[in-house]
Design a protein around this ligand. Structure first.
Ligand SMILES: *Cc1c(COP(=O)(O)O)cnc(C)c1O
Length: 398
């Protein structure tokens, strides 16, 4: 069958690919340590599950409004006001089947042939492909490890051309855990307003921040930046609800109306009983989060500390999310005991998985071949065991 040209431009999500390969090895009885996970290892809190079960029992199992129910929109509006100081109306909100779907719909409604989409690297794997699927051109801005993997306002200014439609920001970041301070975001916002482009702000990790970091939404620096901002958020990471598929956008009402049309011709409404659970998640108690963040924080310190003790490896302390992005480039060029040359992040990931049973995601998938992404959304015991293996694996290179 001759497939559409557009599928030739994209790749399957490499993070999902590595997770499924590690799972397959585990299923064969191989003791794999998985650092590939892109989701929290905690269970969805009980009070949220209870509401979903009740919704099912009450027969809340039919079609609902395409962009989400008014009650869920109101819970999102209340959240954005409470947490981010942002005021929106129902016409500014659309709920989709996960934040990835939200971003995809933004791409379909906003990007087109000839548009340039500025994406700082390291980036979340789906951004360039979502731009490509919409016919637009990703413009990658390489950030520096010395700059904490953050794009400077000057870098952004240089990347913008008359064709630039949108800048994609993700803070805290997957894969680096880097988070922009309010002051840094304000300067970036200044460039966005002055150059009159839009910004998609992926805020899915806003609740997972450490060392007293204060999360700020870029949309909160006044009306000029707010009207150019597409806020993306969802329930997957903060509530450990990856499988429920609830994400949302707050943005200009014309964009939201266009996205609603697209959604009405594709997925229709987000799953009815997940909609009810999402209301409970947003409006309900958040005390579990303190424990989760404290646990992630302990693991974060351990994994960074252990990685930095391995000769040839260096790792920044991330400020948010649940990933570290250590740099292994100083071991590139060395050989494995079986004679293979480690010539980049893919070769290293293959060596770690096949010969040492550790799953990580090669940095090249995120636009930085020097690094690997390791997720610490796994137990402390697993972290210790996995880093022991990496240490041994690196020590065997010559
Ligand atoms: C996990 C993730 C998402 C999307 O999550 P959904 O499960 O689709 O809601 C979006 N952006 C980033 C950076 C992520 O890591």
């Amino acid at each position: 069958m001759k497939l559409a040209r557009r599928v030739g431009s994209i790749q399957p999500s490499p993070t999902l690919a590595i997770t499924s390969k590690a799972k397959a090895m585990k299923a064969q009885g191989i003791d794999v340590v998985g650092f590939g996970a892109g989701e929290p290892d905690f269970d969805t809190p009980d009070h949220i599950k209870t509401v979903a079960k009740k919704a099912l029992d009450d027969g809340y199992t039919k079609y609902t409004p395409v962009p989400g129910t008014p009650e869920l929109k109101d819970a999102i509006i209340a959240k954005l006001s409470r947490d981010n100081g942002l005021e929106y109306k129902r016409e500014n909100i659309i709920v989709s089947v996960g934040a990835k779907h939200s971003i995809y719909n933004v791409g379909q409604a906003l990007f087109e042939e000839g548009d340039e989409i500025v994406i700082p690297a390291p980036y979340w794997v789906s951004y360039p492909d979502i731009a490509l699927l919409a016919g637009a051109t990703p413009v990658i801005v390489d950030t520096k490890e010395e700059a904490g993997f953050k794009m400077t306002p000057e870098q952004l200014d240089r990347a913008i051309t008359p064709r630039t439609k949108c800048v994609i920001l993700n803070s805290p970041s997957n894969p680096t855990g880097a988070a922009y301070t309010g002051e840094e975001l304000k300067r970036i916002a200044g460039v966005i307003v002055r150059r009159d482009v839009t910004v998609l702000s992926d805020e899915i990790y806003e609740k997972l921040v450490y060392d007293g970091f204060r999360f700020v939404s870029i949309a909160s620096f006044g009306e000029e930046i707010r009207k150019r901002t597409i806020v993306v958020n969802g329930l997957s990471k903060a509530y450990s609800m990856t499988g429920w598929r609830i994400g949302y956008v707050a943005a200009d009402k014309d964009l939201v109306a266009a996205m609603t049309n697209i959604q009405s011709q594709s997925t229709s409404n987000p799953v009815s009983f997940c909609d009810k659970a999402a209301i409970e998640a947003l409006n309900g108690p958040h005390d579990f989060l303190k424990e989760w963040v404290a646990e992630f924080d302990r693991r974060r310190r351990t994994i960074v500390d252990r990685l930095n003790r391995i000769p040839g490896v260096s790792c920044l302390l991330p400020q948010g999310a649940f990933y570290v992005f250590p740099n292994f480039s100083r071991v590139y060029g060395k050989k494995t005991p079986s004679g293979k040359v480690i010539d980049g992040s893919s070769a290293l990931a293959a060596y770690l998985l096949e010969e040492h049973k550790v799953a990580s995601v090669p940095g090249v998938a995120f636009g930085d071949d020097a690094c690997q992404r390791l997720s610490y959304a796994t137990s402390m015991k697993t972290i210790e065991k996995g880093i022991d293996r990496i240490e041994q694996a690196i020590g065997m290179l010559s």
